[in-house]
Write a protein that binds this ligand. Structure first.
Ligand SMILES: Nc1ncnc2c1ncn2[C@@H]1O[C@H](COP(=O)(O)OP(=O)(O)OP(=O)(O)O)[C@@H](O)[C@H]1O
Length: 321
């Protein structure tokens, strides 16, 4: 299968007063048509900057480099402003944690939802409104006529996120990036929105890059997963393999801290190290119960089998043992 998105050796540095932050440190990522790929990890590990890199929307100060970064075979590193603009909507669309920041408070939902369809000349205003109506109906923002005339603040958080989803689907993107799309919502609404996203992904045949800090979400939604820690992918593979045969102590620790009925959420002790200066060896070693001296040296990538890869000195079955 040819990948839609194919990235290798992606790095993002953010220079600042305290020095240069090495926020993303050489990650590889490939997403095929129609698949659901998740990136999971704790706050600050670089998930959002990865999404922003793919969208060409990094903060101005950030410096991106990559050995390869291609969209359907085209080199994204050489994209002009116009090419990025052409990508947003018909190729890649995105939804974020807080829809209110993405929606314009002074425009009606109707005005905003048709904007990219009209901008990309996919049809006139009437065709755009017809498509918006169909999509709003599909995502459950009804009655459509009334909703189109409303302003974002007149809707609940869950409804606003549904509007964002409909808006992202207007130009039939090949890939939807959903960055923590349900984190700001209550638990019941979270489940509904995730279910909706999964259904729409199948109906529209689009790929989904879902960013989350929740391995439970990964288990329900994804085909493949990349576990990120301190700007690197420490383990990746099919969800079935990574969740049942986790080989990296960080993945295993994330799985152990999932809340259950009898056990409340238990955080992983310790904190993510600051990503400044020379960074050698495994970044998880200061929190890892298996850490040894050699963990301060560069860590090779090892295979568990069938595309399941991890970066650790331990043998694949040692974490579970
Ligand atoms: N605009 C920015 N300027 C400076 N540093 C930034 C900027 N955006 C992100 N960073 C830093 O880059 C690192 C990665 O941030 P990122 O937002 O990608 O993490 P994340 O995994 O998405 O976390 P969260 O789940 O909290 O959003 C963090 O250390 C963060 O402080």
């Amino acid at each position: 299968m040819t990948a839609l998105l194919d990235i290798s050796g992606l790095k993002v540095d953010v220079p600042g007063r305290a020095g240069t932050l090495h926020a993303i440190r050489g990650i590889d990522l490939s997403i095929g048509a129609g698949e659901c790929f998740t990136i999971v990890g704790e706050s600050g590990c670089g998930k959002s900057l990865t999404a922003m890199s793919v969208l060409g929307l990094l903060p101005r100060a950030a410096i991106l480099s990559a050995e390869r970064m291609s969209w359907k075979g085209q080199d994204m590193r050489r994209f002009s402003r116009r090419q990025w603009a052409n990508l947003h909507g018909p190729e890649i669309a995105a939804i974020f944690q807080e829809p209110m920041t993405a929606l314009n408070p002074v425009l009606t939902v109707g005005e905003q939802i048709i904007e990219s369809f009209v901008h990309h000349r996919l049809g006139n205003r009437k065709a755009a409104l017809a498509r918006a109506g169909e999509l709003l109906e599909r995502v459950g923002v009804v009655p459509v006529e009334r909703r189109l005339a409303q302003y974002p603040h007149e809707m609940s958080g869950g409804l606003r996120q549904r509007v964002m989803i409909a808006m992202a689907l207007m130009c039939q993107p090949k890939l939807m990036i959903a960055d923590e799309p349900t984190t700001a919502l209550d638990v019941t609404t979270q489940v509904e929105i995730l279910k909706l996203l999964k259904e729409l992904q199948a109906e529209m045949g689009m790929a989904l890059l879902l960013i989350t800090h929740d391995l439970g979400v990964v288990a329900h939604m994804a085909d493949r997963v990349a576990v990120m820690y301190a700007g690197q992918i420490v383990e990746t593979g099919s969800v079935a393999s990574v969740l049942t045969r986790s080989a990296h102590p960080y993945t295993s620790a994330l799985l152990d801290c999932l809340p259950t009925r009898d056990q409340p959420l238990t955080p992983i002790p310790g904190v993510v190290p600051a990503l400044f200066g020379e960074l050698e060896g495994c970044m998880f070693r200061n929190r890892c119960r298996f850490a040894r001296e050699a963990c301060a040296d560069p860590v090779p990538a090892r295979s568990v089998g069938e595309g399941h890869v991890y970066r650790c000195l331990l043998e694949a079955n040692e974490v579970a043992a």
